[in-house]
Design a protein around this ligand. Structure first.
Ligand SMILES: C[S@@+](CC[C@H](N)C(=O)[O-])C[C@H]1O[C@@H](n2cnc3c(N)ncnc32)[C@H](O)[C@@H]1O
Length: 230
């Protein structure tokens, strides 16, 4: 082999080696980019899904935090009361924490784990962790029978929640609805105005309405009842 041929050969070999190195580092970069993009998408999904999921349910209850006027109205209508309180769909925990600061033993049930963890942290930071509890839970899968004060910042289509609460709550309980009234219940009072309005319901009243409704639908009406004496 001449000197020129061997020089050409080694030039080809080193060209080949640097091609391989370039292609290896390109594929490493490709893997890194895919990993970063894929990882970011998974993280974004994990963070966003719990916020979007409540809006896709049968009773759509998205996260919209209460205004400070709304929180004040809730505390105002419950001023004369004490004991246990639950915020159904407790969001970032602001109502539960405010209620605990006013002497209630307050709990929140919330579907979104990020919001529950944040609420627990906020309750600890604000010194009310002993009088608050936050549960990652679907409101349809728990009973609210132990609560004497119930708060919900709900949506207009909540007939099924009316039935659930009428069945579960003790007769002495009060229910406070924020921003939207319950569809068929008659409130005993309201406070605030516009988007900050709250409606207060007495459990004895809506339980007896439900009882009357059930009786009307199960007992035959006078005119339908055959008269056995004629
Ligand atoms: C309108 S926000 C009210 C938040 C809080 N109560 C407040 O007033 O600031 C309704 C909350 O209910 C939660 N939610 C929706 N569906 C739920 C369900 N099935 N069980 C528990 N929480 C639910 C949402 O994630 C959202 O945080």
């Amino acid at each position: 082999m001449s000197q020129t041929e061997s020089f050409l050969d080694s030039a080809q070999v080193s060209q080949c080696e640097s091609d391989v190195k370039r292609s290896k580092s390109r594929s490493r970069l490709g893997l890194l980019v895919t990993g970063v993009v894929g990882g970011s998408l998974v993280a974004l999904y994990a963070a966003a899904a719990p916020f979007v999921a409540p809006a896709l349910r049968k009773v759509c209850l998205p996260f919209v935090p209460a205004t400070s006027a709304q929180v004040e109205n809730v505390l105002k209508v419950l001023r004369a009361r004490s004991g246990t309180l639950v915020d159904i769909g407790s969001g970032d925990g602001r109502i539960v924490i405010a209620a605990a600061k006013h002497g209630f033993q307050a709990s929140g049930f919330e579907l979104n784990p990020w919001l529950v963890w944040y609420s627990r942290y906020k309750a600890w930071r604000e010194g009310v962790h002993r009088s608050t509890s936050f549960y990652i839970s679907d409101l349809w899968k728990v009973s609210f029978a132990q609560y004497s004060n119930v708060v919900i910042f709900g949506v207009p289509q909540m007939v099924s929640l009316e039935l659930k609460l009428a069945k579960e709550l003790p007769r002495t309980a009060k229910v406070v609805a924020c921003r939207f009234p319950f569809p068929t219940w008659v409130p005993e009072r309201t406070a605030g105005e516009g988007i900050d309005t709250v409606w207060v319901y007495d459990t004895r009243t809506f339980k007896s309405h439900l009882q009357q409704e059930v009786t009307r639908n199960t007992v035959p009406q006078q005119e339908d009842t055959p008269d056995l004496h004629t």
